[in-house]
Design a protein around this ligand. Structure first.
Ligand code: C2E
Ligand code: CA
Ligand code: CA
Length: 749
């Protein structure tokens, strides 16, 4: 709509310019046509006038054979001869010069002879003609006198004068010639010469002939009182005395200008219109191009400041907005909350369903959060699964309730194109009370609070507190160290024997160990969840599995149990990866036992079931770790292909303390036997525990009583010593070297 009106704004003046230009062009053509027609009319009028004068000249010229000879003088000025005058001035002029009315003036200008239509008439009838031709006669005489004064002799060419005059609305050709001797220096020249005057009334035929000769359209004589047509050409004849128009010839002149105007008007209009249209189209296109440029510039600007996946402000724009918010804080006070939102186990979605699904989940959650904030707040995506909100005009409680709303809104099952996922998030909040805080520091605080929220078990929000700094810093240090260790393969694997009632080793459990370069050994109970969180678990798991498979070679017939986490199992390539490793290490699958926790089975989906069946089919055996701590559903045991259950250490350590522990163990053993499953108890530290377990029906045990987890080389020694171990109370453990392990809680360092 906006673009439409701006286009109209430009098109309207453009159209006006085109219209004005076309009008100006047509107007100019019209003026030019008028001028051309006027020139043509003037030329035609000049031609007709010239033609008429020529006619008059021709007529008067024909008088000279009669007027120039001695006889003419002798018959008039010397001795007036009536017969001669009648025969020549009368009849000859009428018959040969075509003058219907003639007269003769004596030396004084008096009419001495008048002749009309073959008869001598009363000279008084010619008074008007005489008056009208007075100037003609005067001109003739003046020229004659001038010639004589310069001593020249007149000739036929000089002794006549023709003219057109109008009398009573009619036009006449009037010719005049003096009657003179044909000899130079003749005595007859002493006489004052007579003047012969002849008239011929212009006929319609002559007008037609005139029209044809000069190629003008029909020349007509205007009737008295008639007005001539618009645009007509005319030759007017004025009364000598009064100066008024006495007669007028008229005709329609050629109009080459208008003819051309009419002929060219169409093409000119078409061409102008075409050019105008082309100009408008070009203008439109250039405007579109300009608009396109503006749009792409705006798009580039938008892209520079926004995240391409969600369209949300990016880190740059976020920093800018945070700056603005802290500036406002400085001036007006109040509180601003900065909230970091991280999606829980987002990496699992990426790893198991692919990046497209990850992107889809990000977009889905971005839209959800955006719908929950005020328009004055800013939601930005800083990358990966990390969102951040700047909430202005707030306080601790309203920031907390927003965080709660977001937690609730983002927790639940999400239907993605590639499948269903359970999504939740953790939120870290920091409240800014004054504008003196650096935006980067604000973001860091919110980020630390997010770490705390994740450590609290995810799906939670936490406010930043000053003391978080140290613990989170430590966690970050360990994260960096673990990443390096996993990449460099600086992870050790130790083995804890599983023995039978006689202390004979029947299997070992592989357990990984990591020693931080400066902080010393770190408990796997801490670094395994850390590896999960920072996406290192696949790599770390592969490392342990490969090492276990290789070491298993040295202990043929001994089961080597390897812990495999839920995220590893769910990775699409896990089964094929296991196959590759078997081939690579030349290990038989039957020697490896995969230890999974109930968490793996928790999703209860057919994919996990299929993977476990595949592994089983390949020859691996499967043990259910930490049995009894989770849901311990009988359903799992019957549905999933499990070979062994491991009674959790918590029950074992409560043996003899809590009577219920023994009952639980008895129930588990019964269940295992009913389902024909092997059973092992872990965390056995005392002989008493061992004996109670045996009474309950559990003969295979794992624990410090026989051995702490030890290096593979120690297992080699045990192997060489008939594989038989003797029970040790923890304080006289002969194999495990006491190692100082960094004390860290499972979640928080
Ligand atoms: P877990 O799978 O239940 O492993 C048994 C843990 O109990 C081991 O702790 C072991 O050292 C300890 N333990 C064994 N006997 C006794 C005992 O008599 N008394 C006491 N107090 N503890 C005993 P560790 O090695 O610290 O491992 C802790 C957990 O870390 C493991 O629990 C396991 O869940 C995980 N973990 C260790 N290595 C790996 C691994 O390679 N992959 C995976 N996914 N998880 C691992
Ligand atoms: Ca285990
Ligand atoms: Ca366990």
């Amino acid at each position: 709509m906006k673009r439409h009106s701006s286009e109209l704004k430009l098109l309207a003046p453009m159209a006006l310019i085109v219209i004005v230009a076309v009008c100006a062009l047509v107007g100019s053509l019209w003026v030019w046509a008028e001028q051309a027609d006027s020139m043509s009319r003037t030329r035609e009028e000049r031609l007709v006038r010239l033609g008429l004068n020529q006619m008059a000249d021709d007529h008067s010229m024909l008088m000279t054979p009669i007027t120039i000879w001695d006889k003419a003088v002798e018959s008039t000025a010397v001795k007036y001869d009536q017969d001669w005058v009648k025969g020549n001035i009368g009849e000859y002029f009428q018959n040969f010069v075509n003058f219907e009315a003639n007269m003769l003036l004596d030396g004084n200008g008096n009419i001495v002879f008048a002749y009309k239509d073959g008869k001598t008439v009363d000279p008084a009838l010619f008074a008007d003609l005489k008056r009208q031709s007075q100037s003609l006669v005067n001109d003739l005489r003046d020229r004659q006198n001038a010639l004589r004064a310069t001593g020249q002799f007149y000739s036929a060419a000089t002794n006549h004068e023709g003219r057109l005059i109008a009398v009573d609305g009619k036009i006449y050709i009037v010719g005049a010639s003096m009657l003179l001797s044909d000899k130079k220096n003749s005595p007859l020249s002493a006489y004052k010469p007579y003047v012969a005057i002849g008239t011929h009334r212009l006929s319609g035929d002559e007008l037609i002939a005139l029209s044809q000769r000069y190629m003008v359209s029909n020349i007509t004589l205007l009737k008295p009182g008639q007005t001539r047509a618009d645009g007509s050409a005319s030759v007017a004849f004025r009364d000598e005395a009064t100066g008024k128009v006495a007669a007028e010839l008229t005709w329609m002149p050629d109009t080459p200008g208008h003819t051309l105007f009419i002929r060219t008007l169409g093409p000119v209009l078409m061409i102008s219109l075409g050019l105008g249209l082309i100009a408008i189209v070009l203008l439109h296109q250039s405007q579109r191009a300009a608009q396109g440029l503006i749009a792409s510039e705006a798009k580039a600007k938008h892209m520079a400041l926004h995240d391409s996946l969600t369209g949300l402000p990016n880190r740059t724009l976020f920093a800018d907005r945070l700056n603005q918010a802290t500036e406002r804080l400085k001036r007006h006070g109040g509180q601003v909350a900065v909230m970091c939102i991280g999606l829980d186990r987002f990496k699992d979605v990426n790893d198991t369903l692919g990046h497209m699904a990850g992107d889809e989940l990000i977009r889905h959650n971005a839209a959800k959060i955006a719908a929950m904030i005020r328009s004055s707040d800013t939601l930005a995506r800083l990358g990966g699964d990390e969102f951040v909100i700047i909430q202005t005009d707030t306080d601790g409680s309203s920031a907390g309730s927003l965080a709660k709303r977001i937690l609730e809104g983002l927790t639940g099952t999400v239907n993605l194109d590639s499948g269903q996922v359970f999504s939740s998030c953790s939120i870290g909040v920091t409240i800014l009370h004054d504008g003196d805080i650096d935006p980067a520091e604000a973001l860091r605080q919110a980020d630390l609070a997010l770490y705390r929220a994740k450590d609290m078990g995810r799906g939670q929000y936490a406010f930043f507190e000053i003391e978080m700094d140290a613990t989170i810093k430590l966690r970050k240090t360990l994260e960096t160290g673990l990443r390096e260790a996993v990449h460099n393969g600086d992870i050790d694997v130790v083995y804890q024997p599983q023995v039978d009632h006689y202390g004979v080793i029947v299997g070992v459990e592989a357990l990984c160990r990591w020693t931080h370069p400066s902080r010393g050994p770190v408990s796997p109970a801490y670094f395994i969840p850390l590896a999960e969180e920072c996406g290192l678990m696949q790599e770390l798991g592969t490392l342990v599995m490969r090492r276990a498979m290789m070491d298993a070679h040295r202990w043929p017939g001994l089961k080597v149990a390897v812990n495999v986490s839920a995220s590893q199992i769910r990775c699409a390539a896990f089964v094929s990866h296991m196959k590759e490793m078997l081939i690579e290490t030349r290990t038989t699958a039957s020697q490896i036992e995969i230890e999974i926790t109930e968490g793996v089975l928790l999703n209860d989906d057919s994919t996990t079931q299929m993977i476990l069946h595949d592994l089983r089919h390949m020859g691996f055996s499967i043990a259910l770790d930490d049995f009894g701590t989770g849901y311990s559903s009988l359903g799992y045991l019957s549905r999933y292909p499990v070979d062994k259950i491991k009674i959790d250490r918590s029950f074992v350590s409560n043996l003899g303390v809590d009577p219920e522990a023994e009952a639980v163990i008895r129930a588990i053993v019964k269940l295992a036997k009913a389902l024909n499953l092997n059973i092992v108890a872990e965390g056995v530290e005392t002989r008493a525990q061992k004996n109670l377990l045996r009474q309950a029906g559990c003969n295979i045990i794992q624990g410090y009583l026989f051995s702490k987890p030890v290096a593979g080389t120690v297992i080699d020694t045990m192997w060489d010593n008939d594989r038989k171990l003797v029970p040790n109370e923890p304080d006289n453990d002969i194999y495990a070297k006491s190692a100082k392990v960094v004390k860290l809680s499972p979640r928080m360092p």
